[in-house]
Design a protein. Structure first.
Length: 261
């Protein structure tokens, strides 16, 4: 059985309450400094400097990070949390009757996703869409960084869509970086080798591919497809691999080795 981990969802756009400090109390007796010698002043200054330095150098509390991609294969991995995620996968994942190999979703601000995959991923779905590696963030300052060095094979029903790598950020300041160094094959009604999508401002997309990508679709096929909808979100695609994108219908069909808009 696949391993599924879910935690509470961070409420989007929740306004955090700000505690109001209690009014300052006036001392009943005001002590008047009438005399202080030079030695006392120097000692007081040294003590204050020591306390300030100690407070600056004291360690801050570390944020909890989920690292949950070490389970044995061939089980699929499903993570949905309100925390940053680091996924280091070395296992082959090909769980029968599961529409994905790895899917990760985070909710809330500063909850990034980092994936380094070196295990072959296979996903098949006979009743909808299928995903080899999916990463999706729902929060500001929640970037996605994907590094893949293993083959991805994704097949979906003719009525669905197949994605080798799928990465999307929903809020501002969530850049997407995807680096692929292995063959990806996607087959379905709509087929995508690498798909990256930004839904807000200040979300750049940077894709680097150096391996063969094969997208075989009925109506649409894209080797690499990157899409940003809002301002300050540039797209950069660097490709040195062979890309094949084909469709089996002529009417309203779209086959693009590389697409950016």
């Amino acid at each position: 059985m696949r391993r599924s981990r879910r935690r509470g969802v961070h409420p989007s756009y929740a306004k955090r309450g700000v505690a109001t400090p209690p009014p300052s109390r006036t001392p009943a007796i005001l002590t008047r400094l009438t005399f202080a010698d030079r030695k006392s002043l120097l000692l007081g200054t040294a003590l204050a400097s020591t306390l300030l330095l100690g407070s600056l150098l004291s360690p801050t509390r570390a944020r909890a990070v989920v690292n949950d991609c070490a389970d044995p294969g061939p089980d699929a991995v499903s993570i949905s949390v309100s925390a940053p995620v680091i996924c280091i996968n070395t296992e082959t994942r090909n769980e029968p009757a599961v529409a994905y190999a790895i899917t990760i979703t985070t909710n809330g601000s500063d909850n990034y996703i980092y994936v380094n995959n070196s295990g072959s991923l296979i996903a098949n779905n006979a009743s909808g869409s299928a995903y080899g590696l999916l990463a999706y963030t729902h929060g500001e300052y929640s970037f996605i960084d994907i590094k893949n060095s293993a083959t991805l094979t994704v097949t979906a029903t003719p009525g669905g869509q197949a994605f080798g790598i799928y990465a999307a950020t929903e809020f501002e300041h969530g850049p997407i970086t995807a680096q692929n160094k292995a063959a990806i094959a996607a087959t379905s009604y709509g087929a995508f080798g690498i798909y990256a999508y930004s839904l807000a401002d200040h979300n750049s997309i940077n894709i680097v591919n150096s391996s063969p990508l094969t997208a075989t679709g009925i109506r649409a096929a894209y080797g690499i497809h990157a899409h940003t909808r809002y301002k300050y979100s540039p797209i950069a695609i660097t490709n040195s691999g062979d890309i094949t994108a084909t469709t089996s219908t002529l009417d309203l069909s779209a086959a693009y080795p590389v697409s950016a808009r």
